[in-house]
Design a protein around this ligand. Structure first.
Ligand SMILES: Nc1ncnc2c1ncn2[C@@H]1O[C@H](COP(=O)(O)OP(=O)(O)O)[C@@H](O)[C@H]1O
Ligand SMILES: [Mg+2]
Length: 333
């Protein structure tokens, strides 16, 4: 649905050059919610704005719904862009227009006749649960309701792709949850493909099927969320299961064990202790619900260095668990 190939964007600002997006490849399948996670300045907004050509890339290809956007111009580009909705952190509503008037605005720009417009606005407000607030002005509604107006407005052109730039970053946790639920619901009911960018791990955890991590204009890892969490060394996994930096004591083995689905129900700690007659010290961990699947990570400490625990570690890996062993610090001389 969205295919980004070798996309680059360089800003030139008073003789200074900033490579905001650096040869990024990214693909989002139809009907998927894909999250791009990264710190401020990573290039996320620029990447997103290149997907609907709000920003003209310096190099690369952007194919949305089978259309190479950079090869289009005039009316055909305008039509293609109408099929890509966008929502923003600060909503961008017109304060002089009512809720209904804000949603009608893009329809006016598209030249939709008045009667059809009214009908479509009613439908859109129903979709986001704002029917009763049609006549209210932005100043009279809450932040969550404002974002619902933003979503209704973004859906006016019946897009099959929705781009979301930190849509929940200005909202409190409870409102965030309800907006994410709405996005998930629209994704399922309308088959809407959603590409969202965020700096919040929680957003990825709640609604993303797949995710990518962006840093300094580059994608450092990407894939289905469940797969990333099971991948050794994954930054996404480290972010989702925050554990303090490991400090293995000399003569011990400290390992992070990640398990998914049924292995969460298998008592691997007790079987390890029993089968190898070893002590297993639990140093920390957490279990998360990821799209209906339980994924957990446990940090365990075993007596003896990694060389002495080869069979134990192989046993865990053989059981389908992801095992990451932390190097011990050098013993003081
Ligand atoms: N219009 C612009 N002119 C010059 N530099 C910009 C512009 N927009 C963004 N940048 C720079 O590009 C980099 C990426 O910015 P941005 O895409 O906004 O990142 P993010 O959304 O991840 O915070 C930053 O270094 C930022 O300062
Ligand atoms: Mg941004």
């Amino acid at each position: 649905m969205i295919q980004i190939e070798k996309l680059s964007k360089v800003y030139r600002d008073r003789g200074r050059q900033v490579t905001a997006v650096d040869a990024v490849d990214l693909s989002v399948r139809a009907g998927e919610v894909h999250g791009v996670l990264g710190r401020s300045g990573a290039g996320k907004s620029t990447l997103l704005r290149c997907v609907n050509l709000l920003e003209r890339p310096d190099a690369g290809r952007v194919v949305v719904d089978g259309q190479d956007l950079l090869a289009l111009s005039g009316g055909r580009l305008r039509k293609a862009r109408q099929r890509i909705g966008m929502i923003h952190q600060h909503f961008g509503l017109l304060s002089s227009r009512t809720v209904a008037g804000n949603v009608a605005f893009p329809l006016e720009v598209m030249g939709v006749p008045r009667a059809e417009r009214a009908e479509r606005v009613r439908e859109l407000l129903g979709l986001v649960g704002l029917t009763e607030h049609a006549a209210a002005y932005p100043a009279q509604i809450s932040g969550g309701q404002k974002q619902r107006v933003g979503i209704a407005r973004a859906l006016a052109g019946r897009p099959n792709v929705l781009l979301s730039d930190e849509a929940t970053s200005a909202l409190d946790p409870e409102t965030t949850a309800s907006i994410l639920e709405l996005l998930r619901d629209l994704n399922r009911r309308l088959g809407l493909t959603i590409l969202l960018i965020t700096h919040e791990m929680d957003v990825v955890k709640r609604i993303c099927d797949s995710a990518a991590i962006m840093r300094d204009g580059r994608i450092t890892e990407s894939g289905p969320v469940r797969e990333l969490l099971m991948r050794p060394g994954s930054e996404l996994a480290r972010g989702l299961f925050p554990l303090p930096p490991p400090r293995p004591r000399p003569g011990t083995t400290v390992a992070d064990v990640t398990f998914e689905g049924d292995s969460a129900d298998r008592p691997f700690v007790s079987s390890l202790a029993r089968d190898f007659a070893t002590d297993v010290n639990i140093l920390g961990g957490a279990v998360e619900d990821i799209g209906g699947t339980r994924i957990g990570r446990l940090r365990v400490e075993l007596p003896g260095g990694p060389a002495a625990n080869t069979a134990q570690l192989a046993h865990l890996r053989g059981a389908g668990l992801t095992v990451e062993v932390h190097e011990a610090e050098e013993a003081p001389a």
